[in-house]
Ligand binder design. Structure first.
Ligand SMILES: Cc1ncc(COP(=O)(O)O)c(C=O)c1O
Length: 373
């Protein structure tokens, strides 16, 4: 049986007619940029996350860049980021003109290790970016306490964690700012690129409002008193996301149900399975297993031949990316990151994935490990 890696049509069929109506309405309205549809989504998203404000921008990378700029991160500042993440987390630090300093992650959760953050601190450290990787929150209790003690700002990279909770508080509501991506396969994915900054801080609200809109003044749009970008979430995306937001909890529950099936059907295999930490509500943006004994690539190839596509998030740690060459000066050891990059494999998981599809994946994995099925 062939299994798709991802199938968006199964989520979107739930509300395709409603989306079509919204598109027709916006097409007629002519309000395509910074119109009422965006205002509505921003109010709904802020209420959902539990912050005072939310601001729609062009992408998750822009959300991170603007948030860093808004907390006044600049050249000469250091920002601590995990190396086991998508490159965009650290890319935003470069866009803000600052220096990324890489810290290691905790083995069971793949998320930023507070002990490693402590090792990465220097007098130049101004902020950290905990990433809620694969849909599970980083240990925000310990990281926020550390940030408070060391007077660091916190920008959360919640690009993979719409609806994830840590001690019943939403990802994106802990730090000075939360940053989200609406890339189509994300838990709240749009029909193109998009992003959001969440915050309860009025200063951030003002700065991000200006950055996304060419730096135009709040009181007088003909006065440019910030160096801005053109990076606004457009009305069509916003209207689509408003509709999808109503289904986000249901879609996340479907992801969790698929993850539960995987947990059961892969139990007892040599694979390391993802685990939900105490205090976390995992929304399984990705289902990432660990393949021991150097067999990751062999398993990946074996599954591909059986019609089961998989991916690797991430084969190269961010600190080893060519664009990071210059930032290797002050090194913290990253043994967990290095090990994970050689072991991780992402299995198909998406809302609406069926039990026979999960059976096909699990069965193929068991056969790879020598079971006669
Ligand atoms: C952890 C993480 N950070 C940042 C981003 C950047 O988001 P975007 O692709 O919308 O720029 C992504 C997603 O692509 C991501 O997964």
């Amino acid at each position: 049986m062939k299994v798709p890696y991802f199938d968006l049509s199964r989520s979107h069929q739930k509300f395709a007619a409603e989306a079509q109506e919204a598109f027709d309405r916006i097409l007629k309205s002519g309000a395509y940029i910074l119109g009422p549809a965006l205002k509505q989504l921003e109010a709904e998203f802020a209420a959902y996350i539990g912050t005072r404000y939310a601001l729609g921008v062009g992408s998750g990378t822009d959300a991170l860049t603007f948030a860093l700029r808004a907390i006044d991160i600049k050249k000469g500042d250091e920002v601590i980021v995990p190396s086991f993440t998508f490159t965009a987390t650290a890319l935003a630090v470069l866009h803000a003109g600052a220096t990324p300093v890489f810290a290691d992650v905790e083995e069971p959760t793949f998320n930023l290790d507070p002990k490693s953050v402590t090792q990465a601190l220097s007098p130049k450290t101004r902020a950290m970016i905990p990433v809620h990787l694969f849909g599970q929150c980083a240990d925000m209790t310990t990281l926020m306490a550390l940030a408070k003690k060391k007077k660091l700002k916190v920008v959360e990279d919640a690009c993979q964690a719409h609806g994830a909770l840590w001690n019943k508080v939403m990802a994106g509501a802990y730090g000075d700012a939360g940053c989200f991506s609406f890339y189509p396969t994300k838990n709240l994915g749009g029909i193109g690129d998009g992003g959001m900054v969440t915050t309860s801080d009025e200063k951030l609200l003002k700065h991000v409002t200006q950055y996304r809109n060419l730096g135009k003044g709040i009181d007088d749009p003909f006065v440019h008193d910030e160096i801005g970008w053109t990076s606004r979430l457009d009305s069509l995306q916003a209207a689509f996301l408003s509709i999808k937001l109503k289904f986000l909890d249901e879609l996340n529950r479907e992801r969790r149900a698929v993850a539960d099936l995987y947990h059961k059907k892969l139990a007892g295999t040599p694979l390391g399975l993802p685990r939900e930490a105490a205090g976390a509500y995992h929304v399984y943006h990705l289902y990432v297993v660990r393949v021991p004994d150097g067999k990751r690539n062999d398993l990946k190839e074996y599954l591909a031949v059986q019609g089961i596509p998989t991916m690797v998030h991430y084969a190269t740690p961010v600190h080893a990316q060519p664009i990071m060459e210059k930032y290797k000066t002050r090194k913290v050891k990253l043994p967990v990151t290095d090990r994970l990059c050689g072991e991780v494999l992402t299995l198909p998981l998406f809302p609406g994935m069926t039990e026979p599809e999960v059976d096909a994946v699990a069965g193929a994995i068991r056969r790879f490990f020598g079971e006669k099925l």
